[in-house]
Design a protein around this ligand. Structure first.
Ligand SMILES: O=C(O)CCC(=O)C(=O)O
Ligand SMILES: [Fe+2]
Length: 266
């Protein structure tokens, strides 16, 4: 499948982009051809663990996941039309009887509050709660955390297990806190992790921007409370960070040089 510009219907709305800014993730549920996810599972079983960055060569069909118009629509909306797939990717096999991972943010602990990199997690089979879903904590892409302390946290009020339907692609901000959970079933849980990089500071919205309703939508989303209810001074900081990220996405702030944060991530 040759990727082309996503049709307008596949671009995210203002509300979806703003929801990503406040929650740090967006789920895409593409409709694949009959038997597609099953074929991927079979090929993964044959390729086995240890393919590392070679998983795309081992299972070339995976390219169709990220070329799917609904997935491309979300990627273009969040990263701009010229985004690129990063060379790092990994098949995460969560085997029966595994233990939970500690909470973590991927990469070195240099965080930023723009959208330079997305983690794309594709699940080729249904993931029920018992089959070791990835746990995420919405909103934490704006919470810088010491990695050594973070891994000692256990259950957090508001955490969400990605118990999803086969074919789901979860796009998260690179800094979102997440962890694999224990697999209580007799079947391995597969997750394909691919990274996507933004190439340039936004100069204009790359999603389905609607000038008529955008102010109303943004006012609501920027102040939305994500995570545990109750007073926290962190919320005030978060509202500022969301405002800055939104202005940046709209193309109103070019003070961050292109690539400045990408260099830190690599
Ligand atoms: O397998 C998962 O659900 C998450 C794995 C993960 O986040 C990691 O190994 O960095
Ligand atoms: Fe991770």
């Amino acid at each position: 499948m040759i990727p082309s510009e996503p049709a307008a219907e596949h671009l995210l709305s203002d509300d979806e982009v703003l929801r990503f800014i406040s929650h740090g993730y967006h789920l895409v549920v593409p409709t694949f051809r009959e038997g597609f996810n099953e074929s991927i599972c079979e090929s993964i079983g044959e390729a086995g663990d240890g393919t590392g960055n070679g998983i795309l060569e081992a299972v070339p069909l995976l390219q169709d996941v990220y070329n799917h118009p609904a997935v491309r629509g979300a990627l273009v909306s969040l990263l701009g039309a010229d985004y690129v797939m990063n060379g790092h990717r990994h098949l995460h096999i969560n085997s029966p009887g595994s233990r939970s991972q500690g909470w973590h943010q991927d990469g070195t602990n240099v965080r930023h509050h723009q959208i330079w990199c997305l983690l794309g997690m594709y699940y080729p089979h249904d993931v029920v709660a018992e089959r070791g879903p990835t746990m995420i904590m919405p909103g934490t892409h704006l919470r810088n955390a010491p990695t050594d302390r973070l891994q000692t946290y256990t259950n957090i009020d508001g955490q969400i297990p990605l118990a999803v339907k086969a074919g789901t692609v979860a796009l998260t901000h690179y800094d979102l806190w997440h962890a694999a959970t224990l697999n209580r079933t007799e079947h391995p849980r597969y997750m394909l992790k691919f990274l996507f990089d933004r190439q340039a500071v936004p100069s204009a919205p790359s999603w389905a921007y609607d000038a008529e309703t955008v102010d109303q939508v943004s006012a609501r989303r920027i102040r939305e409370q994500v995570g545990p209810q109750g007073y926290s001074s962190d919320y005030y900081k978060e509202w500022e960070l969301r405002t800055e990220m939104w202005q940046w996405m709209l193309g109103h702030d070019s003070s961050v040089p292109a690539g400045a944060f990408k260099d830190m991530l690599s």
